[in-house]
Design a protein around this ligand. Structure first.
Ligand SMILES: [Zn+2]
Length: 174
């Protein structure tokens, strides 16, 4: 089966090349953090760390219009982060780096295996077989939570599930 990550190529080593959110469109959140887990590299089969960017709630706007909003969510296909959040991610999850898709040219923060460097696409990391589909609070408590410093501006897709509202109560904190 073709996995989306096979269509990815490594991008620049920092946020250069990521398009900033325009002033009046993007996603904003009052609080965020990283949820750390593990997955098995699809290429070398080593255990490799994962980090999901969690937001406590979010509002997504396009021009003046609110196009989506909700409570706890994970951000997928992150195309842009404000500098504070980008620095936070680089500090705690340096294996999350920009990579671009060959097909669409879209650049987003993608997981890179810490053993072999292979890109683990979001389609793979956030699949039901990945670390971010906890079945109960026991599963959820095995994810480590690192609270971010304040609010966040991003361009990304927000994915919501009921467990994402329980993160700050259930997950162990660093
Ligand atoms: Zn690997």
């Amino acid at each position: 089966m073709a996995v989306e990550s096979h269509q990815l190529t490594p991008g620049a080593g920092n946020n250069v090349g990521m398009n900033p959110a325009s002033r009046d469109s993007g996603l904003s959140a009052p609080a965020y953090g990283l949820l750390l887990g593990h997955t098995r590299c699809h290429y070398c089969y080593s255990q490799t760390p994962t980090a999901a960017l969690w937001v406590s709630s979010f509002v997504e706007t396009d021009k003046e219009d609110v196009v989506d909003l909700g409570d706890g969510a994970l951000l997928h296909y992150i195309e842009y982060l404000d500098e504070g959040a980008a620095a936070f991610v680089r500090g705690h999850a340096p294996w999350l780096r920009p990579a671009s898709t060959r097909t669409s040219g879209q650049t987003y923060l993608a997981h890179h295996c810490t053993t072999c460097g292979a890109i683990q696409g979001d389609h793979f990391v956030f699949s039901p077989d990945g670390p971010y589909w906890p079945q109960d609070n026991g599963d959820l408590s095995r994810l480590r939570f690192i609270e971010g410093p304040g609010a966040l501006i991003a361009r990304a897709s927000a994915g919501q599930s009921a467990w994402m509202d329980r993160v700050t109560h259930v997950c162990s904190r660093e």
